[in-house]
Design a protein around this ligand. Structure first.
Ligand code: NAD
Length: 468
C-alpha cells in the first residue's frame, strides 16, 4: 500500500549533524512526499555542497531560549514542518511554538535546552527520561488536539516501539496464541501477558568499525557523541516487572506519574546487563536510558483499579560499536570529563559491519525471541548517501514519522505508541535491511530453558542479568 502524501510545505530542519545529513538525502529520494523547499538551521555548517546543489538553504545560527521563536518566524509558516534533529534545542519549546504557528513537528528524543540533562538544581528523579516524558505529557494536556507533533521518533526511541508490536504479533503466531484484532485498538499489555513474557530488552549491537582506531582523549561513535554522552550520564531506567522478587541496589521509585518505570542511582552508561542479539549471540550491553523505557512501560502494564497485575521488566541494552565502548570506558575513567576530540564514524567504516536493532522477548514458551532489523554498512551505503547502518535506521524512523504526521496532521502530541505500527514499518521497511525473527535458548543465568513460561520465572530475575 503506497500513499501519495499531499505535503507541499516548507521543511525546516534544526541541526545538521549525523542524523540530519542521513535523513535529507533519504527525503529527497522519496516519490511519495513532495518537498517544495528545505531550510537547515545550525550553528556549524560544514561539507554541505552536495546538499546546496540540491536546493537546500542553510542558515548558520544557534537557536537559544531567547532567539528561537524570532529565528523560526523567518522561515516557518502555517502548514510547514519543523524537524528537530539538534542537540541542546528544547523539544518542548519548539513543540509549543509549532502548535501556535500551525506547523507539524518531529524529533527523535525529548531534548532539553543546553545543560538540561545535568542541571545540578534537579534531583536524580527529575533528570530521567521519565521526567522529561512527563513534561511532554503535561504539554499534551495543555495543547490538546492540534498540529501533529511526533516526539521521540528515530530508531530507538521510535521504530523500536513498532518493532516491539510487530515482534509480539510474530511471536503470537509462532506460539499459536490467539491473535488480537488488527487496528489501533489492540491491548498490547494483555497480549504480552498472555504470551507469558517476563523481560524485554531493546537489544542493539553495532559491529561497525574502522581501520582508524580510537585514539586517547577521543570519543568515537556511529552517531552523536554529544547525544550519547548526555543519555549515558542520565540515571539508568527500566520498567519494573511484576515477576521480580528482589529490589535492585540503588533503585528508586518516582514520586509522580504512573510509576511504571523506576531508575537507578547510577549513570546509565555505567550499568551493564547481559543480553543477546543474532549478531554474535550473547553480549554485554549498557542500560542506556531512553524515552521508550517509560512509554512502553505504560503500554505494557496491566492494572486492575490501581493494583498491578502484570508488567514485564523492560529496558534498553546497547552494545555500541567497539570504539564507542572504549570511549565510554575512558570517559568513566576520567570521572566523566568529556574527551577533547570527537569523531562520528561514517565514510571511514570498513565493509562488513552491521547494526542489529530489535526487541528480545524473554521468558515465554519459546524461551527467548529476538525480532528486529539487521542492516549492514554496505547495504546502508548502497541505499542512501551519507549514511552508516545506524544512521539509516534512525533516518528511516524520521522519514516514516514525517510521512505519518503528514497523513495524520491534527493529532497534537503523539508518541510512537499511539501510531499505527504497520503503516510506519511499511514506510521504514526498505531501509531496515533484513527483518529477522530468531529464537534462542540463551538465558542470563546460564540455566537450561524451562519447558513452560510458568516454570521459568526464577530464570528471568533482573539480578541474573547484572551478575557476572
Ligand atoms: P550530532 O551531534 O551529529 O548533531 C547535532 C546537531 O545539532 C549539530 O548540527 C549541531 O550544530 C546542532 N546544534 C547544536 N546546538 C544547536 C543550537 N543551539 N541550535 C541549532 N542547532 C544546534 O547529532 P546527531 O547524531 O545528528 O543526532 C541528532 C539528535 O538525534 C540528537 O538529539 C540525538 O540524541 C538524537 N538521536 C536519536 C536517535 C534515535 O534513534 N531516536 C538516534 C540517534 C540520534
Amino acid at each position: 500500500m503506497k500513499h501519495h502524501v499531499p505535503f507541499t510545505g516548507h521543511l525546516v530542519f534544526i541541526g545538521f549533524g549525523s542524523i540530519a545529513r542521513a535523513t535529507l538525502p533519504l527525503l529527497l529520494g522519496q516519490d511519495d512526499i513532495e518537498v517544495q523547499q528545505i531550510t537547515v538551521i545550525a550553528p556549524v555548517i560544514e561539507q554541505n555542497i552536495w546538499f546546496k546543489e540540491r536546493g537546500i538553504q542553510f542558515v548558520c545560527e544557534a537557536l537559544t531560549e531567547q532567539n528561537f521563536a524570532q529565528t523560526l518566524d523567518r522561515f516557518v509558516q502555517p502548514g510547514d514542518f519543523i524537524v528537530n534533529l539538534s542537540v541542546e534545542v528544547s523539544s518542548l519549546a519548539v513543540i509549543a511554538y509549532a502548535s501556535v504557528k500551525g506547523a507539524l513537528y518531529l524529533d527523535t528524543c525529548v531534548e532539553p535546552w543546553a545543560g538540561g540533562y545535568n542541571d545540578p538544581q534537579l534531583d536524580l528523579s527529575h533528570r530521567t527520561n521519565y521526567a522529561l516524558r512527563y513534561q511532554v505529557l503535561d504539554l499534551r494536556k495543555r495543547l490538546g488536539r492540534g498540529p501533529t507533533a511526533v516526539v521521540a521518533h528515530g530508531a530507538n526511541p521510535g521504530l523500536i516501539t513498532h518493532l516491539l508490536k510487530a515482534g509480539l504479533m510474530e511471536l503470537a503466531v509462532q506460539l499459536g496464541h490467539p491473535l488480537p484484532e488488527a487496528g489501533e485498538g489492540i491491548d498490547w499489555a494483555r497480549l504480552c501477558m498472555g504470551l507469558g513474557i517476563k523481560v524485554i530488552h531493546f537489544a542493539e549491537r553495532d559491529t561497525q568499525c574502522s581501520q582508524r582506531l580510537k585514539e586517547d582523549d577521543e570519543f568515537v561513535n556511529t552517531w552523536s557523541v554529544h547525544g550519547f554522552i548526555s543519555e549515558g550520564s542520565q540515571p539508568a531506567e527500566l520498567g519494573w516487572g511484576s515477576h521480580e522478587r528482589t529490589w535492585p541496589s540503588f533503585a528508586r521509585r518516582h514520586r509522580f506519574g504512573s510509576r511504571n518505570a523506576i531508575y537507578l542511582e547510577r549513570p546509565s552508561a555505567s550499568v551493564l546487563v547481559k543480553t543477546w542479539t543474532p549478531l554474535g549471540g550473547p553480549c554485554l550491553g549498557m542500560m542506556i536510558t531512553h524515552h521508550e523505557t517509560a512509554s512502553t512501560a505504560d503500554l505494557l502494564t496491566v492494572k486492575d483499579q490501581r493494583k498491578l497485575i502484570y508488567r514485564p521488566t523492560l529496558h534498553y541494552a546497547y552494545h555500541p560499536c567497539n570504539d564507542a565502548l572504549l570511549s565510554v570506558h575512558e570517559l568513566i575513567g576520567r570521572g566523566w570529563q568529556t574527551q577533547t576530540r570527537q569523531r562520528i564514524l561514517n565514510g571511514e567504516i570498513d565493509s562488513g559491519g552491521v547494526d542489529a536493532l530489535g526487541v528480545l522477548l524473554m521468558g515465554h514458551d519459546w524461551n527467548a525471541y529476538w525480532f528486529g532489523s539487521l542492516l549492514s554498512i554496505d547495504e546502508a551505503r548502497a541505499l542512501v548517501p551519507f549514511n552508516n547502518a545506524t544512521s539509516l535506521q534512525v533516518a528511516a524512523g524520521v522519514l516514516s514519522g514525517i510521512v505519518w504526521a503528514v497523513e495524520h496532521p491534527d493529532r497534537g502530541i503523539v508518541e510512537p505508541e499511539q501510531m499505527d505500527y504497520e503503516r510506519v514499518l511499511e514506510i521504514a521497511r526498505p531501509y531496515l535491511g533484513t527483518l529477522v525473527g530468531q529464537r534462542t535458548d540463551w538465558t542470563p543465568s546460564g540455566a537450561s530453558p524451562k519447558p513452560t513460561a510458568q516454570e521459568s520465572a526464577q530464570d528471568w530475575q533482573f539480578a541474573h542479568f547484572t551478575r557476572f
